[in-house]
Write a protein that binds this ligand. Structure first.
Ligand SMILES: [Zn+2]
Ligand SMILES: [Zn+2]
Length: 325
């Protein structure tokens, strides 16, 4: 029996898996299954894609309307971020933590969100998380997208349309995922440099026991760095649908990956796999799993925690070394 299991209310069986595309041996079937699990099923990736398509087809103003400071266009952009984010974070929070729809089934950490705790703004974890998400997160997320759209409208950022190059148009979606994983790893490592950690990243790490609203509950400095991710649109030709997908993937995905539960269970049936034990480990042990499971940066740089007791001991030793030096 692995001692690590005693530390969790629920722990997935086996070791945490990374994208097999980067494994030493060629595993075609495993690679296919890995990608099929989130492109051909209901996942945060397909959800981001559906939201982006809905936003683009039904609500999105024309690119040219972003040429000047047109409040209607920029306001629509803000609402297209605010409304779905609050809907999913609020809805999932309600189901899991208020209504307790599945009790503690598949919940990693046994504890409830913290209350009356001075660590948090308003002495309340959920209110703290909502405040930083809405006031800083959604604002900076929208601001970066606004800069890209203004630049697209004024000819400073390349625009791609579907008829121009349909294959590349489709490829931009997976390219953005790889880019996001690369960017996140390095920004996140920088944020764990002790001075940056103290100034900015500690705010996100108030949440050891995470919940849906913790996803993008961050300090404004961290939001700024995190959303520099959108600057890729100055190099990579793309369209508003890509930009919206990028935003939802960056921001709505963390709602699920921080939900604290591995699976969504409704009416005694598994409805979606949503949790991310890889990142949950980062929130408990800090100095491990800085990236995502999409690209094995953590394995390459020796910070991978695969969910075993041996990895916990290794991480604790690394943390000691980091803070002693
Ligand atoms: Zn996190
Ligand atoms: Zn961190």
């Amino acid at each position: 029996m692995d001692k690590e299991s005693d530390r969790w209310n629920y722990k997935p069986t086996g070791k945490v898996q990374l994208n097999p595309l980067f494994s030493r041996s060629i595993r075609i079937r495993a690679i296919f299954e890995w990608y099929a699990s989130y492109w051909f099923q209901l996942s945060t990736t397909t959800l981001a894609l559906i939201l982006a398509l809905l936003a683009w087809v039904f609500f999105f103003p024309s690119i040219s309307s972003f040429q000047k400071l047109n409040w209607q266009s920029y306001g629509t952009l803000y609402l297209l971020n605010l409304v779905p984010h609050c809907f999913f974070a609020g809805g999932i929070h309600h189901w899991l933590y208020r209504y307790k729809g599945q009790a503690k089934k598949f919940k990693f950490d046994a504890r409830d969100p913290a209350r009356d705790n001075g660590v948090y703004t308003f002495r309340d974890q959920v209110k703290d998380n909502m405040f930083w998400t809405i006031c800083s997160g959604i604002t900076l997320w929208t601001l970066f997208q606004a800069v890209v759209l203004w630049s697209m409208a004024n000819g400073f950022a390349p625009v791609l349309t579907f008829p121009e190059n349909p294959i590349f148009f489709i490829l931009v979606f997976p390219i953005l995922i790889v880019w996001a994983s690369f960017h996140f790893y390095w920004i996140h490592r920088f944020l764990h440099w002790p001075p940056m950690y103290r100034i900015a990243h500690a705010l996100h790490h108030r949440n050891i026991n995470v919940g849906p609203w913790s996803g993008i509950s961050m300090h404004p400095i961290e939001h700024f760095l995190f959303y520099t991710n959108f600057l890729i649109h100055f190099i990579l030709a793309s369209s508003p649908v890509h930009l919206m997908f990028h935003g939802y993937m960056q921001s709505i995905h963390p709602i699920f990956s921080h939900s604290g539960f591995e699976k969504l269970y409704v009416a005694d049936k598994e409805r979606a796999s949503m949790g991310d034990f890889f990142h949950q480990l980062h929130h408990r042990y800090f100095e491990c799993n800085y990236g995502t499971v999409e690209m094995p940066w953590d394995r390459w740089f020796g910070s991978f925690h695969d969910g075993t007791e041996a990895a916990t001991l290794e991480t604790r030793a690394r943390k000691k070394r980091m803070y002693e030096s």
